[in-house]
Ligand binder design. Structure first.
Ligand code: ZN
Length: 192
């Protein structure tokens, strides 16, 4: 089993790596559709979809200090269907995302990070948030979210600023993923 000290787990850099602490660089608009950026986005999607509990990924997490975030299309699914998700066509690609609005109303939300295995904790997040970003065609869009989506916006933009959820989290604990999976399966079986 991978440990917290592993340098990279399945292509995802882990918290000791300085790239996670750097301020990510914006992608020049004219380069959004370049082969280099396209390749990075595709790699991010591939790495993300391989993580059954992964809902989003920032480019620094694959070692690229660039302002790119991929949000998995699975965020719109029932959490119980997330494990078997393989469709990357619905991923939301956010290039140079900016948080333009976040609600004053905040709540403690349970949180983990693909770069901080296997710690989990609670982070105070705005309940609602709005971002602007560019899509992979270079078109600017605005997206508002609440709950999980709002939390993702805040967590991922923190990554682009070199922040990790453990910097501000409370009630941190290590959760064994194999044990958790077993529990989830058990729960699912009971529901049937
Ligand atoms: Zn993260």
């Amino acid at each position: 089993m991978p440990t917290v000290n592993d340098k990279s787990i399945e292509g995802i850099v882990q918290k000791e790596d300085p790239v996670l602490r750097a301020k990510a660089v914006e992608v020049p608009i004219e380069e959004i559709q370049s082969p280099r950026i396209t390749k990075i986005i595709e790699k991010m999607q591939k790495v993300l979809v391989a993580q059954s509990d992964g809902v989003a990924l920032a480019a620094p997490q694959i070692g690229e200090s660039l302002c790119i975030v991929v949000i998995s299309g699975k965020v719109y699914l029932d959490p119980e269907d997330m494990d078997s998700y393989t469709d990357t066509s619905k991923d939301i690609i956010c290039i140079n995302p900016k948080l333009i609005k976040s609600s004053k109303e905040r709540e403690n939300m349970p949180e983990g990070c693909l770069s901080v295995r296997w710690l989990y904790g609670k982070v105070k997040r705005s309940k609602k948030a709005t971002i602007t970003a560019y899509d992979r065609e270079g078109k600017k869009f605005t997206l508002s979210g609440k709950g999980l989506l709002a939390q993702i916006f805040q967590h991922e933009i923190d990554h682009l600023n070199g922040a990790l959820f453990v910097d501000t989290a409370t009630d941190l604990e290590v959760i064994d993923p194999i044990e958790e999976k077993r529990k989830r399966k058990e729960k699912r079986a009971l529901k049937k």
